[in-house]
Design a protein around this ligand. Structure first.
Ligand SMILES: Cc1cc2nc3c(=O)[nH]c(=O)nc-3n(C[C@H](O)[C@H](O)[C@H](O)COP(=O)(O)O)c2cc1C
Length: 228
């Protein structure tokens, strides 16, 4: 796909209907959005051995004066502006009691939507692995890691590839969640399973449209119920 065709996703996104995610058992017929066919069961979650790691780039912190692009990438909770994926991560943290770890690049990314899109595309075209601000310091303490990210240019944000490659997830259970503007998972669940051959990547990743953030609490609740 050329950069020119990839740039069109935002226009096309509005035409994509995203189905609501009802509660479902792993591997069940009502699978949220994963295209994987294999079925893997999640063990019961032990909150002290579970981490929620997420990447999210809210494009503003001003709740009162947002452009449409900024509103698309954010959710306001009690007057505080947070990213869509950050919001879903917080909901998972609240429901499971698990700790949160924010994945951040060493070099701060721009908040301006147009510049962020350009940089994201340049990183993708270069196959870059942007340096991260920090790695999970105590990964050994966790058996299960939720990994959350927005879809960027029909793929994982390149910092996610850095994150996957710079940690040893061997033997861990990995549970994926994502937010998007119409492209759903775009095969990112398969990309992560491929990048982590020695981990167990659950096959019912949660994928929520940025247009459905108001219903995210229910979606997360039902999805988590389907994991146990
Ligand atoms: C650089 C960039 C590229 C994006 N590419 C896509 C895309 O290919 N498909 C899609 O559905 N949404 C795309 N989006 C929209 C985001 O996935 C969506 O707004 C997401 O909820 C943002 O999450 P965040 O607020 O946690 O960063 C893109 C957004 C940005 C900033």
């Amino acid at each position: 796909m050329t950069p020119t065709t990839r740039r069109k996703f935002l226009g096309l996104a509005a035409a994509v209907v995203v189905t609501g995610a009802g509660g479902c058992a792993i591997g069940g017929a009502d699978n949220n959005s994963s295209e994987s066919s294999s079925s893997k069961s999640a063990p019961p979650l032990d909150k002290s051995r579970t981490l929620v790691a997420y990447f999210s780039v809210p494009e503003t912190d001003d709740p009162d004066d947002m452009t449409e692009d900024e509103a698309n990438s954010t959710h306001v909770v009690d007057g505080e502006v947070i990213g869509n994926t950050q919001y879903v991560a917080q909901l998972i943290g609240q429901r499971t009691g698990a700790e949160l770890f924010r994945i951040e690049t060493a070099r701060e990314l721009p908040r301006d939507h147009g510049r962020l899109e350009e940089i994201a595309l340049d990183l993708q075209d270069a196959g870059a692995r942007p340096k991260l601000k920090a790695l999970i310091p105590n990964l050994d303490d966790y058996d299960t890691v939720f990994i959350g990210y927005p879809i960027w240019w029909y793929d994982l944000p390149m910092p996610l590839y850095t994150f996957l490659e710079e940690h040893d997830f061997s033997g861990k259970n990995i549970i994926l969640f994502s937010t998007h503007g119409g492209s759903r998972l775009s095969g990112t669940d398969d990309a992560i399973a491929e990048a982590l051959p020695d981990a167990t990547v659950m096959d019912n990743a949660l994928s929520i449209s940025r247009d459905d953030m108001d219903g995210a609490e229910t979606e997360v609740r039902d999805w988590l119920a389907g994991l146990s």
